[in-house]
Design a protein around this ligand. Structure first.
Ligand code: NAD
Length: 425
């Protein structure tokens, strides 16, 4: 039997594809997008649903459902992560793939947008089961992935090991070691220096640019971070190093709070060892919903989708929100935050440091020549700073929020390519 597919609350605030579409609609109106181009951009280019049979350790066979959606290949090969989670759904993968199209366009890297996912609970699977799952899923995708077609990467609950298996499976089939098939690989296997830190560091650069833009102090701010994984944990560490006070941080089980600031290196060490923030000394325990509404200067939602909604947007007390996660804010919440005058650095800009360094990884793999870490960080910083300026300029031009400014920037760039390429008939 196939694993059950999550029911879609079509049209609701919690359906991420509906949320992504609402932002596209707004930007399309503002830039007066051609209706034909709008139709193309509203429809994912290619979607594949695969049944992934896996022999489990106990000898039984289970069949998992996997997806790969390529939203657009107008600007280059599809690019985007693969997520393993019980909550994966086709609409989630569709939304994430569309966000990748816009994100790659905002930072002007020559990729389209894609995303993949498998409905599974990796915490309840062994190393061997995860390897077999990954290899069979990769084999199922062979016809649509490739360095010039679609380049996967890690996302929630996948990492360097997953990418190494994917790269090996693809290479065995093509009879050629093909490092550029994935990004987020181990450094010894064609990965890029700085990829692990890239998204969190990009978020920290975006916080800095946002504070500068708003004329707020660039150091000593009170910062709240939701999520303590690759993006939240490292983002918080870089913000701590930049002289801010991280007053609260969470994982999926809850949050820790200390008004005088947490010792971030100690928090990450604790997390590494204990796998939970619970029990971290010198901090009070609060839950994720309390964390989001704490008084602070900067809120960084860096966990998952749909955390700031019409239910809690009125209660947010931050001055600035910098979105580390993809889709943490609903379209309904956007309107409330905008009315309240909060500045939101949107996901497709704020967390684009990751895909920027993924682009660098793909370039290095194709050159067979690898860059020093500082070169990676400097080039990424330049792109993040320039992209922030492009987004603010578009927001001013169209008299809209930074989020819709980012969409206007991205949609214009993708529409340009679609127009120049024309429709093959
Ligand atoms: P991760 O798995 O390393 O960390 C996720 C964190 O969020 C963990 O602390 C986890 O406990 C917490 N979390 C998960 N579900 C939660 C829930 N329902 N409520 C509260 N907390 C929850 O993942 P990550 O790579 O840090 O990704 C986080 C977000 O950033 C995702 O939206 C992802 O798509 C996005 N993102 C990641 C990258 C990247 O390079 N890793 C790049 C761009 C965007």
């Amino acid at each position: 039997m196939a694993e059950s597919v999550t029911a879609e609350p079509a049209g609701s605030e919690s359906n991420p594809f509906v949320q992504a579409q609402k932002r596209l609609d707004k930007a399309a109106d503002l830039i007066n997008l051609d209706p034909g181009i709008y139709r193309i951009l509203s429809t994912p280019y290619q979607e594949l649903t695969v049944a992934v049979p896996v022999k489990m350790d106990d000898g039984s066979t289970r069949v998992f459902t996997g997806y790969r959606v390529q939203h657009s290949i107008a600007r280059g090969p599809a690019k985007g992560g693969i997520r393993y989670s019980p909550e994966v759904s086709l609409d989630e993968v569709r939304a994430l793939s569309a966000w990748m199209t816009w994100k790659c366009a905002v930072v002007n890297v020559p990729f389209g947008g894609g995303k993949g996912g498998i409905i599974c609970d990796p915490r309840r699977m062994s190393h061997g089961e995860l390897e077999r799952l990954t290899r069979r899923y990769t084999a199922n995708l062979l016809d649509i992935i490739g360095p010039e077609r679609d380049v996967p990467a890690p996302d929630m609950n996948t990492g360097e090991q997953t990418m190494a298996w994917l790269m090996d499976t693809y290479s065995m089939h093509t009879r050629a070691t093909t490092c550029a098939i994935v990004t987020g690989k181990p450094i010894g296997l064609g990965g890029s220096k700085g990829r692990r830190e890239a998204t969190g560091l990009g978020v920290a650069f975006t916080v800095r640019e946002s504070l500068k833009h708003l004329g707020l102090p660039e150091t000593g701010c009170k910062v709240v971070v939701q999520g303590s994984g690759n993006v939240g944990g490292l983002g918080a560490l870089f913000l701590h190093e930049m002289g801010h006070q991280i007053i609260a941080i969470s994982d999926m089980y809850g949050a820790i709070h200390n008004e005088n600031g947490l010792d971030m290196p100690a928090v990450l060490e604790w997390l590494q060892e204990k796998r939970t923030l619970e029990g971290f000394p010198g901090a009070e325990r609060i839950d994720n919903s309390q964390l989001l509404t704490l008084p602070c200067d900067v809120l960084v939602p860096a966990a998952t989708e749909n955390q700031i909604t019409s239910q809690n947007a009125h209660a947010i007390q931050a001055k600035v929100i910098v979105e580390g996660a993809n889709g943490p804010t609903s379209a309904a919440a956007d309107a409330i935050l905008e009315e309240r005058g909060l500045f939101v650095a949107p996901d497709i800009l704020a967390n684009a440091g990751g895909v920027t360094v993924s682009y660098f990884e793909w370039v290095q793999d194709r050159m067979g020549y690898f860059w020093e870490e500082q070169v990676v960080f400097d080039r990424m910083e330049r792109i993040m700073v320039d992209s922030f300026a492009d987004v603010v300029k578009a927001a001013q031009k169209y008299k809209t929020s930074a989020r819709i400014g980012a969409y206007c920037t991205a949609v214009e760039r993708v529409a340009y390519c679609l127009n120049m390429r024309g429709i093959y008939a």
